[in-house]
Design a protein around this ligand. Structure first.
Ligand code: B1M
Length: 783
């Protein structure tokens, strides 16, 4: 689909329907069936304002959100496409609009990735059948969900695919995705256009558009922001149509071709865009290539360290871990390499007698949950590579294809389909060539095949292959000559596993580091090394200074600042980790082991106060500072949960379960709040003191709390809230309890509360911790 230089999209739909009488809280999509003429009237108003792409009223038309509505996805989507088509002129496109599913995908939530693809498939198929011209996924903040959408559309329809994601003022999506990761992954999957919607106002989004463009090249960009930032009190958007259009105009110089509006915009905003926007000369940009995971992109224009240690060859402990499904061990290897300076991790799980596709996918999932480094999937089995690539939420490197016809035929299409970069090994049906010229000849053949398969040459890394000098001394020169030619004459990036050069020789590190230095000098870009080898990493640090990649030698100075001559970089053995580090890294097994060890010498409450809570405070502070993202917050909470479970068990074991109850206490975390770690500690301590606790859980509405307190004649109700936004729900619950006439005392707690505030909202008491809660219970029950 060829897009004109400037294309006007439409503006908000939901608010237009609300203005037309849609009851608040009703599903707007259902109006395509019950009030189609109103929906068409909104579309028509946008066409009259100049829109040339109409988004169907199907934002929530998926099987999860429509469940219980009495209507199928196909019914709603068909009616919605009809509504848009009825307003569209001959030169207007109808875009099937698809918003987030409404459930978090694994591992953050419970929705499996393949189920997400299937949910999107259903909507896309209905849209294509109903005659939509393209499909647009919008308002996504999870790269996994965006990938699921694109794969669903590409695998089940012929429609062009657009994707817009929602970013925050931090420059990342709510789930920590960067514009670079978004661009690398989605352009790799072959989207037809990409950009931002909703999020912020135009002015706030322009720097992000600039970054997106640097990583997405010529792919058309979309900008559909809100009408500025909302007034925090009224929620109203402040921008006028003229302000909005003026703020959008500079985006034409940044490669934006599709302009529209989101929350707070109306047809007059689109009309103003039409009057104001003009094609502008494109600001020059340095195109960037690389690979990424969802939260971290690695630019391939500089030397990048690829960690080699996740490879079972010759490693008994890793072999055992892979056979037993001990993925924590694999994650530890990954973290050690990250700490030692790896920027990409090679992942090889090929072990005879295992199901490699299943294992590679599982390892990929475990690694991307815990480590924010891009992965290089290392296998010769196309089925394993496909399973790994499907599970990988980013742009991976495939290691490898070689010059054999079969390898090129089977593996390159996979790289193209999943948008991966690829390593090309200089060997073919005749084996490993002895001369540098023959290697270059194979590199050329691989490059041509990659280009034919639609893979840009910037996504190809040639491996000229390292042989052992102890057996074939002259081969080191051949490798280096091939490498230099590939770099200088073919203009391709390269990779090389260097340590093999020194096999069978004394002081292997010395020889490896020397060979690596020569290889870097010949143009090596992605050395595959053990980042735990100090000499090797020192050689890379030195090369970065000498080649100008380390500006001012700052990284070099930092590396050696605290060191006496060249010891190994610090590698922390898991047993030396602190509870805080284990929680920060989201390591469940380590947190449990370290907590269990600490419990041997510490009292449970002391351990909570001095180790677990400070660790979570550190996590919370980093989250607030924007240096850690929701996925890590969730992982850290899950790891801390392992520690808290052990502490609770210890508290319970110290109690006397046969003693008669000292009284009944109701506990709940209030409506809208899912934080329950603190409340669960309070429960354990109260039970330990001999009270019977009725725990209603978290996110509990006031009615349920009142109902239970009244029916069970509970004399003491304990409420917990952790967020400023949920304290009002606590006040509401207290008011409801008082209004019910039920005679009870109310105790409140949680990190956001204070004594004063507790009094203001009508509580009888505030406890700063679990022990304080037990003290107050003793006061209430007199025992
Ligand atoms: Co979230 N979270 N979280 N979180 N989380 C906070 C609370 C936050 C302060 C982090 C931050 O930004 N610095 C922030 C709130 C900001 C604010 O309102 N001021 C926040 C946010 C924003 C969010 C989300 C909105 C993030 C998002 O989705 N964008 C989201 C909210 C979802 C929702 O509730 N609707 C969210 C989600 C989560 C997780 C699910 C990932 C996880 C909770 C898991 C769970 O509880 N099952 C989580 C976590 C772990 C935290 C932090 C890091 C730790 C909370 C905790 O468990 N502390 C927290 C930052 C922090 O507190 N430093 C943060 C340990 C616990 C033992 O302490 O609960 O205070 P606490 O309990 C103590 C005392 O307060 C007292 O005794 C306990 C033991 O001493 N106490 C009582 C508690 N209740 C009591 C009741 C009593 C008496 C004493 O009598 C009845």
């Amino acid at each position: 689909m060829e897009l004109p230089e400037l294309t006007l999209l439409d503006g908000a739909m939901g608010t237009m329907l609300l203005a037309a009488g849609l009851p608040a809280g009703a599903a707007p999509e259902l109006w395509c069936l019950s009030a189609p003429e109103t929906v068409t009237a909104v579309h028509r108003a946008y066409v009259e304002a100049g829109s040339r792409v109409l988004y169907t009223n199907t934002f929530g038309a998926n099987r999860v959100k429509l469940a219980g509505s009495g209507h199928s996805v196909a019914e709603v989507v068909t009616a919605a496409v009809r509504c848009a088509r009825a307003a569209a002129g001959p030169d207007t496109l109808v875009a099937l609009d698809i918003g987030p599913i409404g459930q978090l995908l694994e591992p953050l939530g419970t929705l499996p990735f393949e189920d997400a693809i299937d949910i999107f498939r259903e909507t896309v198929e209905a849209g294509e059948q109903a005659g939509a011209d393209l499909v647009v996924f919008e308002t996504l903040s999870d790269l996994a969900e965006a990938r699921a959408g694109v794969l669903a559309a590409k695998e089940h329809s012929r429609l062009p695919v657009w994707v817009t994601m929602t970013f925050e003022a931090t420059g990342r999506s709510f789930l920590g995705v960067t514009p670079a990761s978004m661009a690398l992954s989605l352009c790799g999957l072959g989207v037809d256009a990409l950009g931002f919607n909703c999020s912020l106002g135009p002015a706030e989004l322009l720097p992000l558009v600039e970054e997106l463009r640097a990583w997405s090249g010529d792919t058309p960009l979309i900008l559909k922001p809100n009408a500025g930032l909302p007034d925090p009190r009224s929620g109203a958007y402040a921008m006028t149509p003229a302000d909005f259009a003026a703020a959008m105009a500079p985006a034409a110089a940044l490669g934006v071709r599709c302009f529209g509006g989101c929350c707070g915009t109306r047809p007059d905003f689109i009309a103003a865009l039409g009057e104001t926007l003009r094609p502008l000369p494109r600001k020059p940009v340095q195109r960037r290539y690389g690979v990424c995971c969802a939260t971290n992109a690695v630019d391939s224009s500089a030397v990048r360290v690829v960690g080699e240690r996740i490879n079972p060859t010759g490693k008994k402990r890793l072999q055992q871990a892979l056979r037993e499904g001990d993925l924590d061990y694999v994650v530890r290897l990954a973290l050690e390499q990250q700490d030692a300076g790896a920027e990409i991790l090679d992942v090889n799980v090929g072990l005879p007698g295992t199901d490699e596709p299943k294992l590679l996918a599982a390892v990929v999932r475990a690694l991307q949950e815990n480590v924010d480094l891009p992965l290089q999937l290392d296998s010769s089995d196309p089925a394993a590579l496909e399973a790994g690539l499907r599970a990988y939420q980013g742009k991976a490197i495939v290691n490898s294809v070689n010059g054999k016809a079969e390898s090129l035929r089977d593996i390159l299409p996979l790289c193209k389909r999943y948008g991966a970069a690829v390593v090309g090994l200089c060997l073919d049906e005749r084996g490993l060539p002895e001369t540098w010229e023959q290697r270059v000849e194979i590199a050329r053949r691989i490059r041509d095949a990659a280009l034919d398969a639609g893979i840009p040459q910037e996504d190809l890394l040639i491996d000229c292959l390292t042989l052992t000098v102890s057996a074939q001394q002259e081969q080191a020169r051949e490798t280096l000559r091939a490498l230099r030619f590939v770099t200088e004459e073919l203009g391709l990036a390269s990779t090389l596993g260097v340590s093999n050069v020194a096999f069978g020789m004394p002081r292997r590190e010395t020889l490896t580091a020397a060979f690596l230095t020569e290889a870097l000098h010949a143009g090596l870009r992605f050395p595959i090394v053990n980042p735990g080898t100090a000499l090797v990493m020192d050689a890379i640090a030195a090369h970065r200074v000498l080649s100008g990649q380390d500006a001012g030698g700052e990284a070099y100075l930092r590396r050696f600042a605290a060191r006496t001559p060249a010891p190994a970089p610090e590698q922390k053995h898991p047993t030396e980790m602190t509870v805080q580090e284990a929680i920060l890294r989201g390591l469940k097994a380590e947190t449990a082991a370290l907590t269990a060890a600490a419990l041997e010498t510490m009292q449970p409450l002391e351990l909570i106060e001095t180790l677990l809570i400070p660790a979570l405070d550190a996590v919370g502070a980093q989250y607030e500072a924007g240096t850690l993202y929701l996925p890590q917050l969730i992982k850290a909470a899950a790891a801390a949960g392992e520690g808290f479970a052990l502490v609770r068990a210890k508290i319970a074991a110290q109690g006397d379960s046969d003693a008669p109850s000292r009284g009944k206490i109701l506990l709940a975390t209030v409506k809208g709040d899912v934080h329950d770690i603190g409340k669960n500690i309070v429960r354990a301590v109260l039970e330990n003191y001999g009270y019977t606790v009725l725990d209603l859980g978290r996110d509990v509405p006031p009615e349920r709390i009142v109902d239970c307190a009244v029916r069970q004649s509970v004399p003491l109700v304990g409420l917990s809230a952790l967020m400023t936004t949920t304290v009002p729900a606590m006040a509401e619950t207290i008011a409801a309890l008082r209004q019910s006439g039920h005679d009870c005392r109310i105790l409140v707690g949680g990190a956001v509360l204070t004594e004063d505030y507790a009094r203001q909202i009508g509580a009888d008491a505030y406890a700063k911790d679990a022990k304080g809660a037990a003290d107050y219970a003793r006061e209430v029950f007199g025992t």
